[in-house]
Design a protein around this ligand. Sequence first.
Ligand SMILES: *Cc1c(COP(=O)(O)O)cnc(C)c1O
Length: 388
Amino acid sequence: MAERFIPLSVPNLKGNELWYVSRAVESEWVSTAGPYVTDFEKSVAEYVGTKGAVACQSGTAGLHVALQLCGVTSGDLVIVPALTFIASVNPVRYIGAEPVFMDCDDSLCIDTEKLETFCREECEFRNDGLHHTASGRRVRAVVIVHVFGNMADMESLSNLARKYNLKVIEDAAEALGTKYTDGVFSGRFAGTIGDIGVYSFNGNKIITSGGGGMIVSDNEEYLKHAKHLTTQAKSDKLNFLHDEVGYNYRLTNLQAALGLAQMEQLEEFISVKQHNYELYRNAIKDIPGLFLLSFRTGTRSNHWFYSLYCDERYPMKRDGIIKNLSDNGIQSRPVWGLIHKQIPYINSLAYRIERAELFRENVVNIPCGTNLSENDIAYVVECLRAAK
Ligand SMILES: *Cc1c(COP(=O)(O)O)cnc(C)c1O
């Protein structure tokens, strides 16, 4: 029998990647100076429609800088989801602030109703803003995550942020290309609705630069400061004078060359992901106890990751499904271990986390790469259907 292996998600590099990267090498501009970096920034800013974009080494680095731009300082509280990749949360600690973990709603993104209850019942306004009553700490910002490419409820969130004077940082690492098609934010992309948005170009994301990230905003002060902080905060280039503590977070020209070539294919990748999602969904819908989670209505999601939900009618639970698929050469995985239960965060505040537990227990992410063939999808579904 032929060995078959279907990965969860791998890069698709069939466009101008080799050409652009070769040009970067030929030009000998391989480091952080070089035209691809600014071209890549322009291409992302133009695509999502922000006043600008600042490329950085990773999504994590971008979030670290974004928190600082929003004025988060040591001792502050920052609201974060429990159901996310840990990189949404770690930067809060990098600057000595503390996370408050929030539950998710059915979109897998932050539950804005619980968030409102938290702000109303557990916090109070003092002259300089919202404070957590029990600890007295200032609640400065929310990191909202567009989980698996699904748009968080930005309408409710924006209202809340205004009401409670919170800065909104959008961790749109997984959601480049996701946008509203209806409602007050119609036409607006994930990452461009809050104060600052951050994308990631890690190898498993919808487009990759090998590794990298991008900070976007309509606030020109933020953009300028982001560029400054990501390039060692040098105020005098000749004399190497620095006016604050900066970081070596600039993206390299080599990575940007790859990223730019990927940007050219983003819309195509999204169509493929959408199409494959529909194929899966139609094929799975008559298997009792299994279904694919959907994406928010009124949005055009990038359909980055597919979430298979299993209930008690299906003969296997999450780990059984993963093992069955793995035995058949198919890679899949559970959603992340909830962050408030992980070692660095077990003592942090967690507010009524319930739904996130349910998704953690019952969701499996199945292969979603843009290289998947219809045959691959049929095979995955066949393995799911055959389970006893
Ligand atoms: C990938 C990812 C990040 C981090 O991005 P890197 O570029 O890998 O640092 C942050 N948040 C979420 C939700 C992610 O999926």
